[in-house]
Design a protein around this ligand. Structure first.
Ligand code: ADP
Ligand code: ZN
Ligand code: ZN
Length: 761
């Protein structure tokens, strides 16, 4: 265990002749590898990530290194390649595990090994830490002497060494103890547990979390919450390691369940990673953990400085913390004794990396857990179709929390048909229902959130009279309007003229759709001149802490209405919010992307969940041109199950994930012509390879210019391969990758792969 085995297509283990070795895993040197010969007797054990001893330099000094690549071809004169001396004893090092994981990521998501290593290994910039940690005796000299005698009898050599030194000097330098005296961290920890020594740091690490002044409110889990915690822990103690999906409605206490489970894991000396989307990583959330676990918790986020980040890694590796909370990248925290990975809001798109390797943190978390014998808990009010499918099929264990605790009730949801508003001559962006409810709230001094979803908004074209949206006849994806007056499908390249009348009802009210937060704010000011309004979007949150500032101002009652994008959906609890208005539920529905319906259902459900989180009960108004669309119908009913069934039918019909798999291949070039040719060359080469190898045909869609066809003067082309069998997609990726790296036509062209993409290109 601990090393990743490359399984060949024949199913056997592929045995390689040479290994690429790095001798120093500091960031800068990752691509400096040295090739060594694998001696016959080590072939089975020389796997990716394994630590080895190799002769180095002129004097053939023996040093340690890691295997980060395996191959059959010598890069050098064969006779000049030195053999690996031995496999290092301690091959279950955390670094070995992370390198194994990088190899898995490279194969499963497509990237170079170097890119994958940079993702998993901490950035060791030249950040100097001025720490001064010490090991101190916690007992008097006599007591210590007595303990020493006991340990001598038991022949505990490490303990004896340390105790003898402590008798000479009651305060020792930690680094010296660890490296020179060669005392393992677990020995120190054990002695600390027994109350014989304690560890101290005289200079504190840069800790990004400020110490809270309040203590955690004590929560007694409800029977259904307790049942979940008990079941998980029972299985854990039985040695079962697997993935669990906690499907709990918004505000059902998922976080309380996590906290309970973490508490138990820590008592057993295990460490825990808690993944949270960056956007929900607010002060409020972090504080709930911090109040419970104090400075045994640390956080990771994109706003931390390089130095702060590196410190977090070191603290984790030294065992100074037990819990790491953070977005995607926190997954690679080098805990030596990881017991559990929790992934909250597992459906969130931000768990997918946008840079190679374009890994999904969910699958990667499951692989990391497998490598080190940990379990995984995925949590969401709106699980991804991927996870829910696996839970129904029994691959994951499904836990449910279908109610909120105590007095708090789920909100009442009203769906308003905007076509009716047009008929009733209401031209305002607020429907009559929403206006009435807003007035009521303002009078009662309760708060309102107005939500407009702009993410994924892609200039789709719809009829304001009948609600028709123009779609590609081949892909069932909304067409996007272009400046040249054409409508284009970004999956297959299909084009048609922009119509002057609605092809369905003949109305002339057909146009591309769009409204912004700023406009909503203006309209609200006009209609409710006495209301105090806050706006939260990309513009108002640019500066550091802007996001947090607006949310806490609103939480403190400094405004009556908060207008915002999807940013306002997550993180904070606002006990006085009793009305949520979703102004144009359709906006996300027609993003040119097969996940559009799922994302809309998630957003509507999450946004609705903001209403009535405390004693005051809540109402939600969903405004839409498509009240009959399944995303809107089932979000309105709060019925995840039915939504899942409906949406899965569509995915099956169209062979989209999770019914099948799809790989996007993105070709980028500074020259348009060249990029276009290259993408065609790739699809042709794939075809030829298929024929030559007599493979089953791949289902290729495209190539076509990407939705974002040009960015920073770089042209982007894209094609997709649909395929049931993930292994076959990986094989296609390997072929295309090899083809493009070794052909001259691809000078100046980059090719990227994205498996089961979260967004269209
Ligand atoms: P979720 O993570 O599912 O959205 P939370 O854990 O944030 O839900 O719970 C929502 C609110 O309800 C929080 O303020 C939480 O403290 C409270 N809560 C949840 N379960 C209980 C409980 N058993 N007793 C008291 N309060 C609870
Ligand atoms: Zn129409
Ligand atoms: Zn199409």
């Amino acid at each position: 265990m601990g090393a990743y085995e490359r399984i060949t297509q024949e199913g056997g283990m592929k045995v390689m002749k040479y290994a690429d070795i790095i001798v120093d895993i500091s960031h800068e040197d990752l691509d400096r590898t040295y090739q060594y010969l694998i001696p016959e007797e080590l072939k089975e054990r020389a796997l990716l990530g394994v630590q080895v001893l190799v002769p180095f330099g002129k004097g053939n000094r023996q040093i340690k290194g890691y295997i980060i690549g395996l191959s059959d071809l010598p890069k050098w004169k064969e006779e000049a390649i030195k053999p690996i001396t031995a496999i290092a004893e301690d091959t279950l090092m955390i670094e070995s595990q992370l390198i194994s994981l990088a190899g898995w990521m490279k194969d499963n998501f497509g990237s170079t090994m170097n890119e994958a290593l940079k993702t998993v290994l901490p950035v060791k910039k030249t950040v100097k830490q001025k720490e001064n940690r010490v090991i101190k005796a916690a007992l008097s000299g006599e007591e210590l002497q007595a303990v020493l005698e006991g340990e001598k009898k038991k022949n505990n050599k490490g303990r004896v060494r340390l105790l003898e030194e402590l008798l000479k000097n009651p305060s020792l330098d930690y680094e010296w103890v660890k490296n020179t005296l060669n005392i393992s961290l677990s020995t120190m920890k054990d002695l600390e547990k027994l109350g014989i020594i304690h560890r101290e740091a005289s200079v504190l690490y840069r800790n990004p979390v400020k110490q809270p002044s309040t203590v955690a409110k004590s929560v007694v889990l409800s029977p259904s919450q307790q049942e979940i915690a008990d079941d998980f822990l029972k299985e854990y103690h039985e040695g079962i390691r697997k993935t669990y999906l906690l499907h709990g409605v918004t505000g059902s206490g998922k976080t309380e369940v996590y906290i309970k489970i973490i508490e138990e894991m820590i008592k057993e000396g295990k460490q825990v990673i808690v993944l949270i989307p960056e956007i929900s990583l607010t002060y409020q959330t972090v504080m709930r953990f911090y109040q419970k676990f104090g400075d045994r918790v640390s956080i990771m986020n994109s706003k931390l400085s390089q130095g702060e980040k590196y410190d977090q890694y070191v603290r984790a590796k030294n065992g100074d913390i037990d819990i790491m909370i953070g977005p995607r990248s926190a997954l690679f925290t080098p805990f030596q004794d990881l017991g559990l990975i929790i992934m909250d809001e597992e459906h969130e798109g931000s768990y997918k990396s946008e840079n190679p390797p374009k890994y999904h943190a969910r699958e990667t978390a499951i692989e990391r857990a497998r490598l080190c014998g940990a379990s995984v808990i995925l949590g969401s009010a709106t699980p991804s179709l991927e996870s829910y499918k696996k839970a129904l099929e029994g691959e994951y264990t499904l836990y449910r929390l279908s109610e909120r605790e105590g007095e708090r009730k789920m909100p009442v949801i009203w769906t308003v048909d905007l076509r009716e508003e047009l008929k009733a001559r209401n031209k305002s962006i607020f429907s009559r229902k929403l206006q009435t409810l807003m007035e009521e709230r303002l009078k009662r001094k309760e708060q309102i959130m107005l939500f407009i979803n702009r993410r994924g908004y892609a200039g789709f074209v719809s009829c304001r009279s009948c609600g028709l949206v123009l779609k590609c006849p081949h892909c069932d994806i909304s067409l996007t309007s272009h400046n040249n007056g054409k409508l284009v499908c970004h999956y297959c390249g299909y084009e048609e003229e922009f119509p002057d009348k609605c092809p369905s009802c003949g109305s002339k009210y057909i146009a591309s759709f769009g409204t912004g937060t700023q406009k909503v704010e203006e309209m609200a000011k006009k209609e409710f001149p006495h209301a105090r309004i806050l706006r939260m979007d990309m513009d108002t949150t640019k500066k550091k802490g802007g996001h947090e500032e607006i949310l806490s101002a609103f939480a403190n009652g400094q405004a009556d209405i908060l207008v915002g994008t999807q940013m306002i959906v997550k993180g904070h609890d606002f006990p006085r919010v009793t009305l949520v208005g979703i102004l144009a539920a359709d906006l996300s529905l027609y993003a040119a992307d097969f996940r559009a319906s799922e994302r809309t259902f998630q957003l509507l459900t999450q946004a609705s969940g903001r209403a009535g989180r405390a004693e005051l009960s809540g109402e939600v108004v969903i405004q839409t041109y498509q009240p009959e669309h399944h995303s809107i119908v089932y979000a309105g009913k709060g019925d995840y199950e039915e939504f899942y069934k409906r949406e899965m039918l569509y995915r099956k019909l169209m062979s989209y994930p999770p019914a099948s798999h799809i790989m996007a291949v993105l070709v980028v070039s500074k020259e348009e012509e060249k990029g276009s040719k290259a993408s065609e060359l790739l699809t042709k080469a794939l075809k030829q390879w298929e024929e030559k190898e007599e493979l089953m045909e791949y289902h290729v869609i495209g190539p076509a210019p990407a939705r974002l066809s040009k960015a920073n003067d770089i042209f982007r082309f894209c094609f997709y391969i649909k395929e049931d069998d993930y292994q076959r997609l990986m094989a296609a990726k390997d072929f295309l990758d090899g083809f493009y790296r070794f052909s001259d036509e691809f000078q100046g062209i980059a090719v990227q792969f994205d498996f089961d993409p979260m967004n269209s290109y």
